[in-house]
Design a protein around this ligand. Structure first.
Ligand code: CAA
Length: 446
């Protein structure tokens, strides 16, 4: 059977940076450590005045196609995943294809284009769609372009404001991929939840504390479902475990619960028993609340063991590096977690070909999905081509007052148009004003 998966990827960060400890914390009257240590975030990326979900997605996609030497005829599908769309009918993929057609001599008229929505998990669902399309034999040798692009803004004053971010990840899904093969096995945890939603509004209505609990509950269901098809797992089966990362502190919680689940009934649980006892079993308790209290105590102890901390340092910490500097990218978030892990492997000369990743995606509303990926032999060359470090270094640092202005620029109700870009556009797609039918228009700035 032909292998199918991610052949290549490119990342585009919003070109502005807000330092959370230095700039945001004093303006909020908060301790910088709430953001740096508590949430695990140092700064957030924001789109400059000439950037939006279309320009960020098109810039990532253009770099990807150019680097791989591809033409529009090589692409049979363009799927955009976003929860920041500004058009309820025309998909963002058509806007992005229109941008790309300005710089290619040919067009994408024979590509199937669409837009995927299920909060942050839509990027992974688009990978699924591409995978299934290729597996079904309908791709005629062509690849799919999946673009996860978001401007993750919250209303001013919302607790989520500290987790904002903006950027895009473009991924090429192909037969015989150079980077990662996707597993056919998947696990899902899905339920109708009202934790984070945008009922015809730009900024989310969020029950922040509840959203954290819903994330953990759906993730646990997805893990059990995945095990039911993949068989039981050992933590060392996976070189890295990239999670959807709204902020690294969320992953700190999810990884601990996942580890506790995976080691149950394994030699690891037995080895740790002399130090922290065995995991509580419900049948040993008279009521649920005493059982849950015992589980909480066990989990707190587990977190302090060397065994757990070594696993966390090796399999989780490396997935968080980009996220710490850019914040939440919603649909792109799990994909930058995966990229961070692979970058770490390349930077530390880790031999990764044939090793596996366990990828844990999540979208509010709510659904978690877990699948495995196997690293392919071309991974290192692909990852060394990424320019994300240079992009992060080149971001323009904004003051708090500039942040307030740029938030207004991207607020659909205000669309403040009297703000000049902070950076000089060069070799990139830019937002260029409004057309007669209210459409956003774009051009390529040389
Ligand atoms: N030093 C060290 N740590 C500190 C600290 C300090 N001075 N001050 C606070 N902290 C810690 C807190 O103890 C807390 O850590 P724990 O959760 O581990 O206890 C952490 O910093 C955050 O502090 P608070 O809980 O007080 O922060 P908050 O209430 O202001 O906001 C939040 C937290 C509710 C998650 C908020 O950021 C939010 O609403 N975010 C948006 C929703 C979100 O991202 N939810 C995640 C799950 S949903 C999802 O994943 C989908 C998605 O992408 C949105």
């Amino acid at each position: 059977m032909v292998t199918v998966g991610i052949d290549a990827l490119e990342i585009h960060t919003g070109k502005l940076a807000l330092d959370l400890g230095e700039t945001f914390a004093p303006a909020q009257g908060e301790d910088p450590d709430k953001y740096r240590k508590g949430l695990g975030l140092y700064s957030s990326s924001f789109p400059d005045a000439h950037e939006d979900i279309v320009t960020m997605g098109a810039n990532a996609a253009y770099r990807l196609l150019k680097r791989k030497g591809l033409e529009p005829a090589d692409i049979g599908r363009i799927d955009v995943a976003t929860e920041s769309a500004f058009d309820n009918s025309k998909p963002v993929s058509t806007y992005i294809a229109g941008c790309l057609e300005q710089v290619f001599d040919s067009n994408f008229h024979h590509a199937n284009k669409g837009e995927r929505k299920f909060a942050c998990i839509a990027g992974t669902q688009s990978l699924d769609d591409a995978y299934n399309w290729i597996r079904a034999g309908r791709n005629r040798g062509r690849s799919a372009l999946v673009i996860a692009t978001d401007t993750a803004l919250y209303a001013r004053g919302d607790a989520g404001e500290a987790t904002q971010g903006a950027g895009a990840v473009a991924m090429l899904i192909s037969e015989d991929p150079s980077l990662l093969e996707l597993s056919p096995e998947q696990g899902f945890g899905s339920a109708d939840e009202t934790d984070f939603l945008k009922p015809n509004q730009q900024f989310p209505s969020v029950d922040g504390k509840r959203s954290v609990q819903v994330y953990l509950a759906r993730m646990r269901e997805a893990l059990s479902d995945f095990e039911s098809v993949s068989g039981s797992m050992h933590p060392d089966d996976f070189a890295y475990v990239p999670f959807h990362t709204p902020f690294p502190g969320m992953v700190r919680k999810a990884a601990l619960l996942g580890y506790r689940h995976i080691i149950r009934e394994t030699p690891i649980e037995a080895e740790l028993a002399s130090e922290i006892g065995r995991q509580p079993r419900p049948e040993a308790f008279d009521d649920e609340s005493t059982y849950l209290e015992a589980v909480r105590e066990y989990t707190d102890e587990l977190k302090t063991t060397d065994r757990y901390q070594q696993w966390y340092e090796a399999a989780i910490e490396p997935t968080l590096s980009i996220s710490r500097s850019v914040g939440n990218w919603y649909t792109g978030s799990v994909h930058i977690a995966r990229a961070s892990a692979l970058k770490h492997a390349a930077e530390t000369d880790r031999q990764l070909t044939g090793k596996r990743l366990l990828v844990a995606s999540y979208g509010s509303g709510a659904q978690a999905e877990i699948h495995a990926e196997t690293v392919q032999s071309g991974w290192q060359e692909e990852i060394e081509s990424l320019t994300i470090d240079e992009q992060l270094d080149k971001r323009h640092d904004i003051s708090f007052e500039e942040y307030e202005r740029i938030h207004d620029v991207h607020n659909h109700d205000l669309s403040a148009s009297d703000v000049d870009s902070f950076t000089e556009p060069a070799d990139e797609f830019i937002f260029d004003g409004w057309g007669e039918m209210g459409e956003r228009q774009y051009t390529y700035a040389e």
